[in-house]
Design a protein around this ligand. Structure first.
Ligand SMILES: [Zn+2]
Ligand SMILES: [Zn+2]
Length: 207
């Protein structure tokens, strides 16, 4: 806002301010950068790495210290279809403290669909700010990572064996599916455990 004709004696310092006196609200605003999964940790602090993932261009890399996700699901909701440019999303759920980004929050871009904002506001979609690969969905309590980004090692067969740890337990928002996925895995019309259970072809299953 401009104050025409008024001499402002409290001209803010240029950004970034050349001072240690960072305004308190800025510190609070940036607090999230200093906690998992954005807090930069040394190998010793983080512990043994089980998996590593990276975006298409390689600017963003992260480590996981948990062998198996807490859960893994296929999501067929319209939002996931559009965001991923794919018929459905494959998400593996991890605690935030299981994840460590090599460069912290640097190089990450955020999108909050609820707020229609690129500011960091949970829940948020996190992507590489250069190649725009989607990295994860960060919720208030957990992160949903996309196993496609993990680097599995060995032959094709060996890689497929490692993938078993990420095998989805169910499909969610199956009502919005683009096509049937007859894999015999439980399917929910919306959220798991709180919607209608469907069969492979979208017919209600008696519960
Ligand atoms: Zn990238
Ligand atoms: Zn979804």
């Amino acid at each position: 806002m401009t104050e025409m004709g008024i001499t402002n004696t409290e001209i803010p310092l240029p950004s970034p301010a050349m001072t240690n006196n960072v305004p308190e609200n800025t510190l609070e605003h940036e607090e999230w950068k200093h906690r998992p999964p954005y807090h930069i940790q040394g190998e010793e602090e983080f512990g043994p790495v089980k998996w590593e993932g990276s975006c298409q261009c390689g600017k963003i890399t992260y480590a996981l210290k948990r062998e198996r996700p807490l859960n893994s699901k296929f999501c067929h909701c319209r939002g996931c279809q559009v965001m991923h440019g794919a018929p459905f999303q494959w998400a593996a759920i991890f605690h935030k403290h299981d994840i460590s980004f090599a460069r912290g929050s640097s190089g990450l871009a955020f999108f909050s669909s609820a707020q229609n904002s690129q500011q960091y506001e949970m829940p948020t979609k996190v992507s590489c700010d250069f190649c725009h690969t989607l990295i994860m969905d960060e919720g208030r309590n957990v992160c949903l990572l996309f196993p496609q980004l993990l680097r599995f090692k060995g032959s094709r067969d060996e890689q497929r064996k490692q993938l078993e740890a990420f095998k989805p337990s169910c499909h969610i928002f199956y009502e919005q599916r683009m096509f049937d996925v007859p894999d015999g895995t439980p399917k929910w019309s919306a959220m798991n455990d709180s919607s209608q259970l469907l069969d492979d072809f979208g017919q209600p299953v008696k519960q």
